[in-house]
Design a protein around this ligand. Structure first.
Ligand SMILES: Cc1cc2nc3c(=O)[nH]c(=O)nc-3n(C[C@H](O)[C@H](O)[C@H](O)COP(=O)(O)OP(=O)(O)OC[C@H]3O[C@@H](n4cnc5c(N)ncnc54)[C@H](O)[C@@H]3O)c2cc1C
Length: 363
């Protein structure tokens, strides 16, 4: 049995990994470079218990545990910056002035005078982080050792399904055709384009442009993540073990797959990275005097109901989809990959995935 995976983000890469672990060979087709989109430009924050009461709770808990197991197996601490951390939330209020009691509850580098309402919202028992690009690269290296093939600069331009033979013929850029019985669609926010080949896929898969910068502060920051709310907006800061801080926020209206900028060509919108720099200056003297190394944008993958789409595409034997993981795609990637591998190998997922059914939006 062989599998073709369309999309080399974290979801496609984790699927290839768990298939390889189960002894199944796969080929990953990636339009640009591995993890060039959200999977390489995300915060990499992981929380085990932040989704209780939602449909993704079990997925999140099991996936967090898989991340911890992978970090042990793959030396995550040294290979991709896996570590536990403490998490705070704060709000910014322009009119306020420096409050000693407020700042006493926060790490010293969060010294901005407009910081208000600090609250510790997570700790090292259930919060962790990793560098998502380095994680994908490490997993790719292990996959290559297990025989997985990665074809980059390879765009999936058409998929033809022949019900009688159950064969799927995938046309890639240049007109070359590849055939397989099992296809996984993991093209993140661009997955909606596959509806032209599989009409039972949801009409509404979106991408929401989000911005991020990395800053090398003048003095080192402690392992404390910060969720900031200011006005109608929000942003996050994740200090990383390599000394940089990843700062993200400033989202725009969601757009359907067919209206997105193509992979590799998603540029920051004017003023958005500058707004993140200004926010850093307001939050911390250390960040204010630091150097901005990266300014970038990418798409958060969304669905209409906020839940991911994971499972078999109805009426098309051997076609699977995993997309729309929203702001928890890094967290939920290992378990999603495992679910897909289990579905392909044994026809059954180890957890109830009915709430993620791709057919749930049928009109
Ligand atoms: C600013 C930001 C911060 C985030 N922080 C976190 C966080 O801290 N923790 C967390 O859990 N999640 C976080 N996320 C969410 C997470 O990044 C995403 O949910 C996850 O990366 C989605 O992975 P993916 O593989 O589905 O999609 P993507 O990463 O978008 O990958 C899809 C891939 O498909 C390829 N592709 C597209 N079309 C084609 C085609 N026709 N042929 C071949 N290949 C194609 C693309 O090039 C791309 O590489 C964040 C997201 C953003 C935007």
């Amino acid at each position: 049995m062989e599998v073709i995976i369309c999309g080399g983000g974290i979801i496609g890469t984790c699927t290839a990994y768990y298939l390889a672990k189960a002894g199944i060979r796969s080929t990953v087709l990636e339009k640009n470079e591995l993890a060039n989109a959200a999977s390489g430009r995300a915060g990499g924050f992981l929380a085990r218990d932040w989704n209780s009461g939602t449909s993704i709770n079990e997925l999140a808990i099991l996936s967090y545990d898989l991340h911890c197991a992978l970090a042990k197996e793959l030396d995550g601490e040294n290979q991709y910056g896996f570590r536990r951390l403490t998490t705070h939330s704060v709000s910014l209020q322009k009119s306020s002035s420096y409050s000693k009691s407020c700042h006493a509850k926060l790490p010293a580098w969060l010294d901005g005078s407009t910081i208000q309402r600090p609250s510790k919202i997570g700790d090292v028992t259930t919060n962790a982080q990793l560098h998502p690009y380095q994680f994908c690269r490490k997993l790719q290296q292990v996959c290559l050792e297990m025989g997985v093939e990665f074809m980059t600069q390879t765009e999936v331009v058409n998929i033809k399904y022949t019900p009688k033979s159950k064969l799927k013929t995938i046309t890639i850029n240049g007109g070359k055709e590849l055939s397989t019985k099992n296809v996984v669609l993991a093209m993140g926010p661009w997955t909606g384009i596959a509806r032209q080949w599989f009409p039972s896929l949801p009409r509404s898969i979106y991408g929401q442009k989000a911005h991020s910068i990395t800053v090398k502060p003048k003095t080192p920051l402690t392992p404390d993540a910060v969720f900031i709310s200011y006005g109608e907006s929000s942003a996050d800061i994740y200090p990383r073990p390599d000394g940089e801080a990843f700062v993200c926020g400033i989202v725009q209206d969601p757009l359907r797959s067919e209206n997105l900028e193509p992979p590799g060509m998603v540029n920051p919108s004017e003023g958005c990275c500058k707004a993140l720099k200004d926010l850093c200056s307001e939050m911390s003297t250390s960040l204010k005097s630091g150097t901005v190394n990266v300014e970038q944008a990418c798409y958060l993958p969304l669905t209409e109901d906020g839940m991911p789409i994971i499972g078999r595409v109805s009426d098309c034997d051997g076609v699977f989809v995993a997309a729309g993981h929203s702001c928890w795609g890094i967290l939920n990637a290992p378990m999603t990959g495992k679910i897909l591998a289990d579905l392909i190998v044994s026809g059954k997922a180890t957890i109830d995935i009915s709430e993620f059914d791709p057919g749930r939006f049928a009109e």
